[in-house]
Design a protein around this ligand. Structure first.
Ligand SMILES: [Fe+2]
Length: 437
């Protein structure tokens, strides 16, 4: 499908910009009550319903909730029954965490008819979904839109990183379009279905069991920089009112559960609040770095962070390596060799990454667990050590990292996958001894 065809498939969408602020939207004028959240009779015969993203009593600065005004209350469903989880796995993971450096090629092509939900494949994770701590790393490969079914994740919010093919996300709050180079976030419990405008889609999903993602503090950087709040786009209200049987699939404490509604649960006519799904264009990220010497720690590239109870220690961070200039004098410019107390999963949306000459490909990924020694491969080291240090722009790739406080246990299916690269350690073989006493 060419770009023009995709543009015809994806409708013109409207957005409500901002991060963490109070939004409000109504698809029909007068659908939002004025001056109260739950009037005796909500406007237009709608049902009023609150969706909480934090405990009622959390401090105002952290509190997230939205009010939804809908045709049917979301309670109008029969009992859930458990269904198979496919290749979806959840924390706590009982596999043995592996200290080795691990790398994978992209997922194999999906079986025909695989939608976003069926296409989820869990690479690994940490923490415990039911204790709301840690995270899981999934990949997806799909070639069919979700039709007549919606998904919601009670275990965490979903940060989706499309790599090939866009997603048109129909959510309770409205529609969002996420092509490669964008991220989409679906809050915990929000129902949605994923449509594939290009007919195929592949990418990454971080399931964050912990506190919702926020923008990082900027400290001495000042009032601006990194990701700007106004570049995060929430949808505007759009509703479906067909009485069409729809399967509601919910992930709850690690398992999938299904119930059939007689109507689409995406029937919210108006909403307001600060708990919203959103998209963000990673190329809007304001990349900061050194203009003298040395290579800042990659935390300088943090887009979003899920805080833990320890200041500065993230449950998980989302970090992007976006196009940027390198100007450091007397500096080894690619990422340095390091061992990190945090655990790092890296993925690639397009192009190449400046620390790996080959083998790290779009749709693939690498896992460097805590304290595993890693850094540039031999070819990159040799090249960067000899490079002439003129200002240089890195603009041929878009890599990202999920960096988490606890080691990531890779699933059995990830360790035994045919697309795991068994010889990844070789990239650090042959680094020559240069010591001269
Ligand atoms: Fe690293």
């Amino acid at each position: 499908m060419n770009g023009e065809q995709v543009r015809r498939t994806v409708p013109e969408l409207t957005h409500s910009p901002g991060f963490g602020n109070e939004h409000s939207s109504e698809a029909v004028a007068g659908a939002l009550p004025i001056g109260r959240n739950s009037p005796q009779r909500a406007p237009l015969g709608l049902y009023a319903e609150q969706l909480s993203g934090t405990a009622f009593t959390e401090p105002r600065a952290h509190n997230r909730r939205s009010w939804l005004y809908r045709i049917h209350p979301s309670a109008a469903h029969p009992a859930f029954t458990r269904i198979p989880s496919g290749r979806l796995r959840s924390a706590p993971f009982h596999e043995v965490a592996d200290p080795n450096r691990l790398r994978w090629n992209p997922l194999p092509e999906p079986a025909p008819g695989t939608d976003f939900l069926d296409g989820l494949w869990t690479l690994g994770g940490n923490g415990d979904a039911s204790r709301r701590t840690g995270s899981a790393i999934h990949l997806y490969a799909a070639d069919a839109s979700m039709t007549d079914r919606v998904f919601s994740d009670s275990d965490g919010e979903l940060l989706i990183v499309p790599e090939r093919g866009s997603l048109l996300l129909h959510t309770e709050f409205g529609r969002l379009h996420a092509p490669p180079g964008h991220i989409a976030l679906i809050p915990r419990g929000v129902r949605f279905r994923a449509e594939l405008p290009e007919g195929t889609a592949r990418g990454y999903v971080l399931e964050n069991y912990g506190r919702p993602f926020v923008l990082p503090d900027l400290g001495p950087i000042g009032a601006n920089g990194l990701a700007a709040p106004r570049d995060f786009l929430a949808p505007t209200a759009t509703y479906e009112e067909e009485d069409r049987e729809t399967e509601v699939v919910s992930k709850f404490c690690g398992n999938l559960w299904s119930a059939r509604c007689t109507h689409s649960p995406l029937d919210v006519v108006a909403w307001h609040g600060n708990l919203v799904p959103y998209v963000y264009d990673l190329r809007r990220f304001n990349v900061l770095g050194s203009i003298s010497y040395d290579h800042p720690d990659p935390s300088i590239f943090t887009v979003l962070t899920s805080p833990s109870d320890t200041p500065g220690l993230a449950n998980v961070d989302f970090v992007v390596f976006a196009p940027r200039w390198l100007v450091g004098e007397d500096t080894f410019r690619p990422p340095y060799f390091h061992r990190n107390v945090m655990s790092e999963y890296m993925g690639l949306v397009e192009g190449a990454y400046d620390a790996k000459a080959e083998g790290f490909v779009p749709g693939g990924g690498s896992l460097h667990n805590m304290m595993s020694a890693h850094g540039p491969d031999r070819e990159t080291f040799d090249r960067a050590s000899a490079a002439e240090l003129a200002p240089a722009k890195i603009d041929d790739g878009l890599a990202f990292m999920f960096e988490t406080r606890w080691p990531v246990a890779a699933t059995e299916q990830a360790m035994s996958a045919d697309h795991r690269q068994q010889s990844y350690d070789d990239v650090w073989q042959g680094l020559q001894r240069h010591f001269r006493s």
